[in-house]
Design a protein around this ligand. Structure first.
Ligand code: G4F
Length: 327
């Protein structure tokens, strides 16, 4: 019998990469989608998986819809990737962020507990939970949390609820504490895609500048396609657990900008980058860098794509996309 997986957030960045991996492993993949007037299937289409996913209707803020989906699909594995995932928006929409990212996870865990208790559960936790915690320049599974945004706070709640269902009800629940992971499918608001799209437009003569909030923050950036493999591996272990997934290297926003301009042969990047306070955050997370000893030792997971390869991949994809649009 085919294994089955329910993936929430199937139209985002990670959902289609995970679906591709699971389909290659011969899973049946259910993708949860909430009601949109005009849903866009661009990301699953980009990876060629759209036709193979069975879409099911539901919303993390509507418990009865989750119960219905869990009860009818009874999946072997549930990957909760759905979220209000843009940190910057979480100050303006703190309650919505909390309802989706925190209470939504509680509802999903409850639906599994009552209607499919043997389903294994993956929660998309995040390095944003660490926030200011940066004792020795790294963060790992033992680093205390100090979230800096309503987004980070909502994710800390979901993290602990995931741990609590494991400890209280003996359910197989895991947290993947993923550091920033990017790809050509990244939403245009996130800084990496904003930069690569801007650089592609400048290269093609379609724009002059990129407006950014801050060049100093440092992030541990990896490739989303590598990171979904770690999600899968967590649920294949004998015992559930929580794992940091990262590259172990950190770069500033400025490093990313320089690498993206270099990828198209432009050296005077300063001419094209404007600092714009509209994109600054009320409280910043200055430095993220993950220590990945546990995931390497216990999951055998390692990132494959380097920082430079990632930047080049994203710039190339944006140039191709724009050239296609122009013709
Ligand atoms: O790309 P970002 O918006 O990602 P951020 O806030 O690090 O969050 C991402 O990674 C988290 C994992 O650590 C996820 F949990 C989360 O869902 C999301 O995927 O911003 C990266 C950095 C920040 O320090 C931000 O302040 O870039 C800085 N930045 C500077 N100028 C900017 C800009 N970010 C954006 N989006 N736009 C700017 O103009």
């Amino acid at each position: 019998m085919k294994k089955t997986a329910l993936v929430t957030g199937i139209l985002g960045q990670d959902g289609p990469y995970l679906a591709k991996l699971l389909l290659e492993k011969d899973y049946k993949v259910y993708g949860l989608i909430r009601r949109y007037s005009n849903p866009t299937f661009e990301n699953p289409e980009y990876l060629g998986v759209h036709d193979q996913i069975e879409y099911v209707d539901g919303d993390l803020t509507d418990e009865s819809s989750l119960i219905n989906v869990v009860k009818t699909t009874r999946p072997d594995e549930v990957y909760n990737l759905a979220a209000q995932s843009f940190v910057g928006a979480s100050w303006q929409q703190a309650k919505l962020t909390t309802e989706v990212n925190a209470l939504g996870v509680l509802s999903l865990l409850n639906a599994i507990k009552f209607f499919s208790p043997t389903s294994k559960f993956y929660q998309a936790s995040t390095s944003e939970m660490f926030g200011l915690s940066n004792d020795d320049g790294y963060q790992d599974e033992d680093t205390p949390f100090h979230p800096r945004s309503p987004y980070g706070i909502s994710k800390v709640y979901a993290y602990w609820m995931t741990v609590n269902f494991r400890e209280s009800y003996n359910m197989f629940t895991c947290n993947g504490i993923l550091f920033n992971h990017e790809s050509p499918l990244r939403g245009i608001q996130f800084v990496t895609r904003k930069i690569t799209d801007g650089v592609a437009k400048i290269k093609l003569g379609l724009a002059d500048d990129i407006h950014l909030g801050d060049l100093d923050p440092k992030r541990d950036w990896g490739f989303a396609g590598d990171y979904v493999e770690a999600m899968y591996l967590m649920l294949q272990k004998e015992e559930p657990g929580d794992y940091v997934i990262a590259t172990g290297q950190t770069h500033s926003v400025q490093d990313f900008v320089e690498a993206a301009f270099t990828a198209v042969g432009i050296s005077d990047w300063k001419k094209h980058v404007k600092l714009d306070p509209r994109f600054q955050r009320p409280a910043e997370v200055p430095h993220l860098r993950g220590r990945v000893e546990k995931s390497q030792a216990r999951l055998g997971w390692k990132p494959k794509v380097t920082f430079e390869e990632l930047v080049k991949m994203m710039v190339k994809a944006d140039i191709e996309r724009l050239e296609k649009k122009e013709h």
